[in-house]
Design a protein around this ligand. Structure first.
Ligand SMILES: Cc1ncc(C[n+]2csc(CCOP(=O)(O)OP(=O)(O)O)c2C)c(N)n1
Ligand SMILES: [Mg+2]
Length: 1043
């Protein structure tokens, strides 16, 4: 009985506790005719056997009914009311149930229950005890993980109370522990009389098991003692299963079955041997590195060596169920070990990275060894099937790689037609502190079930070493577990003591099966420790002295496991020693070979090779870009699709009809506005088999209601039409998707999508350009620097609405200055010109930044993304007011075969006719061009001022700008922008324009003064500022004598 009490004391059954409270105090219930006192006594006097509906299947239901009835008899149907009244009044077995009153409302039933009063106390006790047992079972299922032995160090500070966690090692104190238990059981479930009236004498009584448990195996009833023992085995050993928050009954039942069924956690000899061999590799790999390079940072796995068999188990199981490609993302901890022992990167390639004299073979800055990625196809020995494993290269920024992995996974699924995630899957490995702390984890979880973003279930593994750098969990998070974030998507969470490799292997098997069955996310929380400091050079005793005293005493997991399996006779000590020696030898030999490596090829660490896209040497197949124009016929055809509703009986909104009609008119006049130009670009690429994917908040319609790529039937709910998918029978599919309200997560996802294949145009559109800064990490760490660090190209396109429209500081600026500041072209060096200069410049740059002033140029730059023989990220500052500006239209002539993207658009008006008369060249970019030309016209200065648009800001068109400066030898040079002086393009273009004139001509500034905010909130101030900047742009004396 002591065990029962202890057990019961540790659990706080939810409904039972609430009910106990209810029962403890008489409650006043409002009923018709006044108040009455409800007696706090449970009197269910009917027998399970005698009432056939009171079987295991329905008992949960009955219980809930009963509680509802206790609250208020009217809460339940009349028939239940009668039943409970009869039972309460002591109706004999089988007599409490009365058939429901007839629908015509006669009160026959009600009248007859009066006659049943007459108690049978033994039956009452029986039902009561069954309900108690059921509550007990449920309590284990809900809260068993609270008391499971999850922490190898036994210092866990998980605190399930609301109060912040205040314990570290003190938890080892039993007194504190008891205190905590007392709090846990608040609600009165641990009275001296036991749990809900279950007493010591009940331990050997046999209870029928509800269908919500599988502890019985083939047995439908068990003695209470055995029920508790089995529940303890299922929920309170080295595995803590957190799943009862899941709303889906089938999923809950599935998990119960996996963990409760007696004997589930048994392994064959073969499995145990494999597990041991994997533990040996994992452990000895770190030991080998430690021996050879004791003063090198490697972020070793010591304390969580079972991560390797964990991942391998997941991969084995998934491969067996048909998965052909696994994409992984992880941070520093244990990364080299994963590369060596999971992905199977050649050991010499890893070891040679420790050689500081190694020369880099590839261009770019490269990256440190624990950030590089990898791609490897190999035979899975367990499934005997080929499997491709890749680890995505990642920056130091913890968890930033999560959405990228998801995007890459989605793309691979998409390209192989894997609509259910049966062939391609992802595994994300997290640190405990980062998993709880980084918001990107939450954003990534929220993509997991969205139709255009789901990867059909990710397996998350948390290396929960109970510390982040030097910070304890009590300072690092407010939630009890680091994994609580996963609860938002109803992902089951399997906590497991990582010092028990068999338990780890078991939860990994279940996790893989879960994913394979439900195609939903699942989390494995590997509760472990970190044997060394944050890295091998760090001293953990400064900050965690007690924890590390404990860790020093801790026997290594391999040693513990080896002792266990040797004792079980799975392997002899001699065989064990041999296995170790064999792996050590493999490492030694690889080490010897690694000394021959003199050059480091980052190319060998590619996570996403693009077979067929490059030459065998990894070079682009040419350095030229064909014309990006398309035929008149194609323009007409796509334009007509854009103006039509290709489905029968599809009613669109009247306003949209007008928009489509307008498009039709444009097509007949052979002109495009912005939306139509985009249509032409997407449609023509799709027609040529290039997949186009546009994602962003409200991207389907377009924030500014200009795009309308998804039409909605006004009469039929959810009926939509995407005309872009009706261009040609053999076209590639078009994906346009409204994203969740996230930038960091979604941009990371799209970047990952673009990583998978060069043959897709992947675009992410910010709602307004300034919102990109919540995705800054992806921009800085991946987009601008990804190729330099990881020799991996990426052709993602960012569409960033930008422009000063007098709308206030928030929606005005996409911060061009930030993008331009990160461009890698040299402002002070005039580059060598060659025939292929324009393409070579593109090839050498880290990204392309454009601000197109007309739809044709936007059309060309999008098509160039695919037609150029390499991939570069493209940043496009897109317009807002120009979307509907009557002058911002392009003729089909500018989009026909032979036409190209124009890096600059020179002045072709009167100024160009007599260039020597021109007094000023105004260089500008984007929408201000239209304001400048209007002002120029108003002032009658068309022949004295040339306005030149720089459409491609980076790489800077040195050659063309020089040609313009040379063309107007008597002109002064002005840069005009609507953005504030410390923002926009000025700091970027000024030194470059100067370089084009060999610094012989100054570059003057006409624009707003410096400011902290991107724009004024006052419309009038905005207009005054604009007029002032136009005034100085056209004041030919403005800069005289200012040198
Ligand atoms: C976004 C981000 N912030 C801060 C850091 C610095 N940093 C590197 S490791 C680390 C602790 C990580 O702890 P945890 O996630 O538990 O992983 P562990 O090192 O314990 O395996 C921190 C704060 C980082 N790399 N990335
Ligand atoms: Mg940690």
């Amino acid at each position: 009985m002591h065990r029962l009490r202890t057990t019961v004391a540790r659990l706080r059954p939810l409904t039972a506790a609430q009910t106990a409270q209810t029962l403890a105090q008489p409650r006043l219930l409002a009923i018709e005719g006044g108040l009455r006192t409800f007696q706090p006594v449970r009197r269910q006097n009917t027998s399970v056997a005698a009432e056939p509906f009171l079987n295991g299947t329905s008992s949960n239901y009955v219980e809930e009914m009963y509680y509802a009835w206790l609250e208020n008899p009217r809460n339940v149907h009349k028939s239940w009311d009668i039943f409970f009244r009869n039972a309460n009044a002591g109706a004999p077995p089988g007599a409490a149930y009365q058939s429901p009153p007839p629908l015509n409302g006669t009160s026959q039933g009600l009248a007859s229950f009066q006659t049943l009063v007459g108690a049978q106390p033994n039956v009452e006790k029986l039902v009561e005890d069954h309900l108690a047992v059921q509550s007990l079972i449920r309590a284990y299922q809900v809260r068993g993980h609270h008391i499971a032995k999850l922490d190898p160090l036994n210092i866990s500070c998980v605190d399930f109370d609301d109060a912040p966690c205040t314990v570290g090692l003190q938890n080892v104190e039993l007194s504190h522990y008891k205190e905590r238990l007392c709090k846990l059981t608040a609600g009165g479930t641990t009275t001296t009389s036991g749990f809900y009236g279950l007493a010591e004498s009940d331990l050997d009584k046999v209870f029928r098991l509800p269908t919500t448990t599988f502890i019985g195996g083939n047995e439908g009833a068990l003695p209470l003692r055995e029920i508790i023992r089995r529940l303890e085995m299922a929920y309170c050993q080295h595995i803590g299963v957190e799943f009862m928050f899941i709303n889906d009954v089938e999923q809950c039942q599935w998990i119960r079955q996996k963990f409760e069924t007696p004997g589930v956690m048994q392994f064959s000899l073969e499995e145990k041997r494999t597990l041991l061999a994997r533990m040996i590799r994992s452990t000895r790999f770190e030991e080998f590195l430690q021996r050879k390079w004791s003063s090198e940072k490697r972020f070793g796995l010591e304390g969580c060596e079972s991560l390797i068999p964990a991942l391998k188990t997941i991969i084995d199981m998934s491969s067996q169920s048909g998965v052909e490609s696994v994409i992984m993302g992880m941070s520093h901890r244990g990364r080299l070990n994963v590369l060596a022992n999971v992905i199977r990167k050649e050991l010499e390639q890893i070891f040679c990275q420790f050689d500081s004299k190694l020369e880099a073979a590839d261009e770019g800055s490269g990256d440190v060894k624990y950030h590089l990625g990898m791609y490897h196809k190999r035979m899975n020995r367990v499934s005997d099937k080929l499997i491709t494993l890749s680890l995505v290269a990642n920056p130091s920024h913890l968890e930033a790689v999560d959405p990228v992995v998801q995007g890459k996974t989605k793309a691979e699924q998409f390209y192989c037609g894997d609509t259910e995630g049966k062939r391609v899957m992802s595994i994300l490995i997290h640190g405990d502190a980062a998993f709880a702390g980084q918001g990107i984890v939450y954003e990534t979880f929220h993509l997991s079930d969205l139709p255009s973003y789901t990867t059909h279930g990710t397996i998350h593994v948390v290396v929960n070493n109970q510390i982040g750098f030097t910070t304890d969990p009590r300072m690092a998070r407010s939630s009890p577990y680091p994994t609580d974030v996963a609860r938002v998507v109803n992902a089951p969470i399997f906590h497991v003591n990582a010092d028990d490799p068999e338990a780890v292997m078991y939860v990994c098997k279940v996790a893989a099966e879960w994913r394979n069955t439900f195609h939903k996310d699942v989390v494995i929380d590997l509760v472990c420790y970190r044997r060394n400091g944050h890295n091998e050079m760090d001293e953990p005793m400064f900050t965690q002295p007690l924890m590390y005293k404990q860790i020093k005493k801790q026997k290594g997991v391999l040693q513990k496991f080896a002792e266990k399996v040797i004792a079980e006779g799975v392997i002899t000590p001699h065989e064990y020693e041999e296995e170790i020696a064999q792996y050590d030898k493999i490492c030694e030999e690889a080490h010897t070979r690694s000394k021959d490596e003199k050059i480091l090829h980052i190319k060998h660490w590619l996570d996403s090779p693009w077979p067929g896209f490059f030459t065998l040497e990894g070079q682009p197949k040419s350095l030229s870009c064909p014309s990006t124009g398309i035929s008149e016929e194609e323009l007409g055809h796509i334009g007509n699709i854009a103006a039509s509703v290709p489905l029968e009986d599809f009613t669109i909104h009247g306003g949209l009809s007008r928009i489509l009609k307008g498009r039709g008119n444009m097509v007949s006049q052979r002109v495009c506005d912005w939306a139509l130009g985009e249509y032409m670009a997407f449609g023509s690429l799709l027609k040529d088999g290039i997949h186009v994917r546009l994602s962003g908040q409200d991207a389907e319609r377009g924030t500014f209601s200009h795009r309308h790529h998804v039409l909605h039937d006004q009469n039929v709910d959810k009926r939509i039409c995407i005309p872009m998918n009706h261009i040609s029978p053999n076209q590639a599919p078009y994906t346009v998707c409204n994203s969740s309200l996230s930038e960091y997560g979604v941009l990371g996802f799209e970047l990952g999508f673009a990583m998978a294949s060069p043959n897709a145009l992947v675009l992410w559109e910010a709602q307004f350009g300034d919102f990109h800064n919540t995705a800054q990490c992806i921009i800085d760490q991946f987009i601008s620097s990804g190729q330099a660090k990881w020799v991996r190209q990426n052709g993602i396109v960012l569409l960033l609405p930008h422009g000063m429209e007098g709308m206030g500081p928030e929606h005005s600026s996409a911060r061009p200055e930030r993008f331009l500041q990160m461009c890698n072209d040299d402002p002070d060096v005039f580059p060598k010109l060659s025939e292929d200069f324009a393409v070579r410049q593109l090839y050498d740059c880290n990204w392309i930044v454009v601000n197109c002033s007309n739809p044709a140029n936007y059309f060309h730059v999008l098509r160039r993304q695919i037609l150029q023989p390499f991939r570069k990220p493209l940043i496009v500052f897109t317009p807002k007011s120009l979307l509907r500006h009557p002058e911002a239209k392009s003729s089909f002539d500018d989009m026909l075969p032979g036409t190209h993207f124009k890096r600059i658009i020179p002045d072709d008006g009167p100024a160009a006719a007599s260039p020597e008369k021109v007094k000023r060249i105004i260089f500008c970019t984007g929408k201000i061009y239209y304001e400048l030309t209007r002002e120029r016209k108003n002032r009658g200065m068309d022949d004295s001022v040339a306005v030149v648009r720089i459409e491609q800001l980076s790489p800077f068109p040195f050659d063309l700008v020089k040609a313009e400066s040379d063309r107007f030898p008597n002109a002064d040079l002005v840069w005009c922008q609507e953005e504030h002086k410390n923002q926009g393009y000025y700091d970027y273009v000024r030194p470059r324009i100067r370089t084009t004139t060999n610094r012989t001509r100054p570059v003057w500034y006409a624009g707003r003064g410096p400011a902290a905010a991107p724009a004024t909130g006052n419309k009038q101030t905005h207009l005054t500022e604009l007029q002032r900047l136009l005034d100085s742009a056209f004041d030919l004396e403005a800069f005289s004598g200012k040198l």
